[in-house]
Write a protein of this length. Sequence first.
Length: 201
Amino acid sequence: MGERPKGWHVGAVSDEFDLTMGQSPPGETYNESGEGVPFYQGRADFGFRYPTRRVYCTAATRFAAPGDALITVRAPVGDINMAREVCAVGRGVAAARHKTASRSYSFQFMRSLGPVFVRFEAEGTVFGSIGKDDFHSIPCVIPPRKVIEQFEKHVSPLDSRVEVNERDSAALAALRDTLLPRLLSGEIRLKDVERQVDAVL
């Protein structure tokens, strides 16, 4: 894998990450009314950084924890998001967590595997996919733990800021969708809207 800094060595994803491959429970356990835990199945659920709650499941078997990297492993392979809460993952999604539980390093490392994931996407006979064994065996360069700790120290605050911004954006979008029809119909006045927006911010 080319030259590398002193103290770094070559290994595989399984040496550094705990990987959970998703599994899909029976269809009758899915719902859109909020019963159970959020259930993510693939690209349709993924957003800019965090997935959007769309489907819930009452009999989930595979879970991701807050801060886990979420990776699509079927049609397409390689979209990356981060779990914001305990959630269930279907067979189109895997969850990865570095053995140090470093969420920012987990997320950015999985993003760095983009060229590898593209190969699995291209090799599918019907659609791209990557299995657990292939995922585990992806070769990678492994830095010393102190490098990962320093990376996390500097990047994690940025990810926290992204998370706050995403929450604020979602709250403002929900407020817009609630207030705009009432404003256009004349049910409320602009001053009322401004007060509610100020309350959110």
